[in-house]
Ligand binder design. Sequence first.
Ligand SMILES: Cc1cc2nc3c(=O)[nH]c(=O)nc-3n(C[C@H](O)[C@H](O)[C@H](O)COP(=O)(O)OP(=O)(O)OC[C@H]3O[C@@H](n4cnc5c(N)ncnc54)[C@H](O)[C@@H]3O)c2cc1C
Length: 285
Amino acid sequence: MNIHAYPIYAPLKNPLAAKIANVKPQTLAALDLWMKRIHSVVEVIKRADAYSMVDAEQTFIQYTIDSVTRQLQRIYNNDKVVIMNTFQAYLKRTKRNVGLEVLACKMRGKPYGSKLVRGAYGTEENKIALEQQVESPVFPNKMLVDKSYNDIVQFVIKNVPPHSHFTVASHNETTLELALAAVEDRKKELEVQKSQISFAQLRGLSDNLTYHLAQTGHYTFKYMPYGPIENLAPYLFRRAEEASYIWLEGQKKLVHVRHELFDVRKFHYKFFGALGGIVGLIALI
Ligand SMILES: Cc1cc2nc3c(=O)[nH]c(=O)nc-3n(C[C@H](O)[C@H](O)[C@H](O)COP(=O)(O)OP(=O)(O)OC[C@H]3O[C@@H](n4cnc5c(N)ncnc54)[C@H](O)[C@@H]3O)c2cc1C
């Protein structure tokens, strides 16, 4: 049974459950308000004929994100995808979950909408699992993560129901080649059923791949970080770490991330004073 198909907060409205879980009426009211705000944002997205991708985070919060996202998908994803969830291929459970979700969409006659990433919190997931003395939810090595990612890409491209939207979010050239081959194999059917397979890279990373994909007629976009420096810094540090790994393997993508960090530092130095500059400077070191 997929318990996350149910609203997370509805059971808490049961007085007995609320008592057991020690949920205060103010908390339920805040949750209601939060859901109302999310609905109003999604309404705007829908009216603009756009779509939204919900990012994936660490597993301790991901169940809640999945639950809310699925509730929104049930309401808004009808004749087209408005809300896309994100799946992390480094999780042992993902391949099975994606299979079930594609099947569920097919059975309900609804489009499937998701973005697939490898996953950015592997070190943290392993650390938490070790501390709690439980099995890590993440595969133990890159080879298994790559297999999971590539299997899911091939499965989804082969099986998506009509009007779906699936995004291959990766900088890995082998994965992208494999995805392109799978799209080529089903090109006609995907066109007829009006399903969209898109590609995405992060701003500051693999611009060469993004340009190539776009120039060869594939729906491709860049993820751009936007927000206050205190919120952006952890994100940019993670990217810098990834970019340095890629760079060590012989590519020069770190340079782009450095430019990105430098731009953010400059912007914040100019508008928010020295603090933003200091954070940006540490990031550059
Ligand atoms: C458009 C876009 C959106 C993204 N959104 C999210 C998001 O919502 N949530 C999120 O978590 N991440 C997100 N990411 C980041 C993503 O999860 C990866 O961290 C990043 O893209 C690097 O993976 P890759 O496929 O590009 O490259 P690769 O270099 O092929 O893969 C690197 C990844 O492989 C895995 N890996 C590497 N070494 C090991 C090891 N020893 N054991 C196990 N696994 C290993 C890790 O997941 C690592 O990030 C996003 C990336 C893109 C491009």
